[in-house]
Write a protein that binds this ligand. Structure first.
Ligand code: HEM
Length: 389
């Protein structure tokens, strides 16, 4: 058996729980057969499941925001270093605060040489110490991004631990102790980035040097830029661990993929189809700031819309034969990296990191059948991240 508490025959209790269900896809299909926007009384929010509607919601900038008007920073972390970082992230802002750093981050990420990223990520992955598989899927991409940003090799495990502590503050389930650790980690990371950026000239060719060069004209080194450097690590953390873990699951489930494991292009294709077929970012949210009618449904100020990215990827109107895992697709369409002004600028980087990580992981997990038999379940987080048994 490859699941614990849920089996693929139980339906998820709601569209948020679906993200960590053994097989949420039949449930998403039933939602797509319903109204374009449906009210979920249990969660008290609107749910968008069809690709067309997901694109409309994510494109409705201005009226729909990435944070509730009344709570730009989660109450639990307001006033802490974790809250300071959160409050500056482009991911969590609109308007000028979004535009202050988004273009520089986007240009710096777009300028990465993906061959060099792959080589660096493979080297870092080899050096990631032996640890349980569920931890390795976090450490490999996270330490690779820390390396790309310019952290010295001996710092990588420490940056990895801080970041794992920091992302705990993003969960509403975190305990007071976890929130305290998240703030301590945020504080350390801000200080370390400040030293890296302001001390000796940042190592040429690093992502940090690129972000600073792209920012020079528009934004001097500021707390908000430092926070967004921390943000590059936090945006990597859960989502890329999930992509890597879900890619390993695809390989275990589909023996026909095994020949593709021999080449870098094959591994890359597995990761990219996994990002469509079983994405780590299953959903995101939007908060209504101005009255708007979407897909014939009037939304009121204060309403929340849950946007089912993973369901949209499986919409037959978006991708033909959407439930089939196909290495080669004439036109693979994906919403798992978002859409519109907030779309992920790290998509190519994430897929390259996951392909390099998958290669390294497979070398350390030679017996896929035994691993498959031991099974997995999913972490109780917003992202879909397997915990291998
Ligand atoms: C598999 C891995 C990843 C997935 C699935 C993913 C997914 C996403 C999604 C869905 C969004 C938009 C959220 C929304 O609109 O509500 C987003 C935003 C963002 N991502 Fe990623 N991401 C991944 C990896 C990365 C990496 C590696 C980086 C950079 C190192 C990154 C940087 C960002 C940034 C900066 C934003 C905010 C963009 C903005 O608001 O303008 N992501 N990501």
């Amino acid at each position: 058996m490859n699941t614990t508490s849920t089996t693929s025959t139980d339906l998820p209790v709601d569209p948020v729980a679906a993200a960590t269900h053994a097989d949420p896809y039949p449930y998403y299909a039933s939602l797509r057969d319903g109204p374009p926007l449906v009210w979920n009384e249990r969660l008290r929010l609107w749910v968008a499941s069809r690709a067309e509607v997901v694109e409309q919601v994510l494109g409705a900038h201005g009226a729909l925001r990435v944070r509730p008007l009344s709570e730009p920073v989660p109450r639990a972390i307001v006033g802490s270093a974790a809250g300071e970082v959160f409050g500056h992230l482009v991911r969590m802002n609109e308007g000028p605060a979004h535009q202050a750093h988004r273009p520089a981050l986007q240009r710096a990420l777009a300028g990465l040489d993906l061959n060099a990223v792959h080589a660096a990520a493979s080297q870092v992955a080899q050096r990631v110490p032996a640890q349980p598989l569920p931890d390795m899927i976090f450490s490999m991409p996270l330490q690779a991004v820390a390396h790309l940003l310019g952290f010295a090799d001996e710092m990588l495990p420490q940056v990895d631990r801080w970041m794992r502590d920091f992302v705990a503050c993003l969960s509403p389930l975190s305990t007071a102790e976890q929130l305290q650790a998240a703030s301590a980690a945020a504080s350390e990371l801000l200080t370390r980035f400040e030293a890296l950026a302001a001390g000796a000239a940042p190592r040429q060719g690093t992502l940090l040097a690129a972000v600073l060069a792209e920012s020079a004209a528009s934004a001097p080194l500021s707390r908000s830029l430092l926070a967004n450097l921390v943000g590059l690590l936090s945006q990597t953390c859960d989502a890329t661990a999930g992509l890597l873990g879900n890619s390993l699951i695809a390989v275990m489930r589909e023996p026909s993929l095994r020949p593709a494991l021999r080449t870098r292009d094959g591994l890359q294709a597995i990761v990219e189809e996994t990002a469509r077929h079983d994405p780590s970012a299953q959903n995101t949210r939007r908060f209504v700031a101005e009255p708007i009618t979407l897909a014939g449904t009037p939304l009121a100020v204060g309403d929340t819309v849950l946007v089912l990215l993973a369901s949209a990827n499986r919409d037959p109107a978006f991708n033909p034969d959407p439930d089939v895992f196909m290495l080669v697709r004439a036109q693979r369409r994906m919403l798992g990296f978002g859409h519109g002004m907030h779309a992920c600028p790290g998509q190519a980087l994430a897929c390259t990191l996951a392909a390099a990580g998958l290669d390294a992981l497979l070398r350390r997990t030679p017996d896929l059948e035994a691993q498959r038999a031991r099974g997995w379940h999913y972490r109780p987080t917003a992202a879909r991240i397997p915990v291998f048994h």
